[in-house]
Design a protein around this ligand. Sequence first.
Ligand SMILES: [Zn+2]
Length: 287
Amino acid sequence: MPRFKKRDVTAPTLNYTLRGFRIKDGRLGLAGGISLTVVWSRALPDEPTSVRIHRDSLGHWYASFVVLSRAEPLPATGDVIGIDWGVTVTAATTRDDYDLPHHEHGKRSAEKLARYQRMMARRRQPKGKAQSRGYLKAKKQTAKAHKKIARQRLDTARKWAKRVVRDHDRIAAEDFRPKFMARTTLARKAADGAISATKTALIEMSRKHVRDLRLVHPAHTTMDCAQCGARAKHALPLSERTYTCTVCGAVSPRDKNSAHVMLVRAGLNPDGVDRVRLVLPQGGRAA
Ligand SMILES: [Zn+2]
């Protein structure tokens, strides 16, 4: 069923295309004789084709411009990397230097968030009654805490993605899809959010710098052996941190095995990847 957002509970947005806006002397002019002073976060790289004016949950107004982007190819490195997403580490990769630990900096913000959320719950008035000033204040603080966590997450994600994209020509990553609606723990939800932000950053960065990013379907990636391709009969329980192959006897940390499976599934030659080097019985290298 289609779901409609109520107008009085959503933040307002306005879209203007080519003839609806104009930038002159650093000011933004909108159709209807509106003129705005804009605080520019950075210079526009090109003529914008449209602008979206929107208000966030904190009541701040933003103008986002749509600009045709130009690819900025980076020099080839000859390296490949496989990436698996997880809870304990946001990204486990085939090269240890590029693992992204689950950032703890969200911890203090998360505690703050929880406090404000409790405050909101305590001060909430029953439905139909006007909310108190204290409730609205707590609501605003909750939104602020949320925003801070999101910003920290985005910053970490972008820095990591930039490093990965800069140092690798070809990237294989799990095509993670978050299950926000599933009944999960708070830690799982936080991890899902971090993974989503990181995956998006990786996709954007790969596109910008013209790298070959391959997204791998997540099914069975924790069950397959990266060395021989055999599939385990049962999924590993989350508590089991080591993958042991019953066919070839390969033993490796669980998330490292999955990261290698990404490479194999994406059809990227694991040559040049730390530690693992597939060698065929004839002595030839695996393609
Ligand atoms: Zn095996």
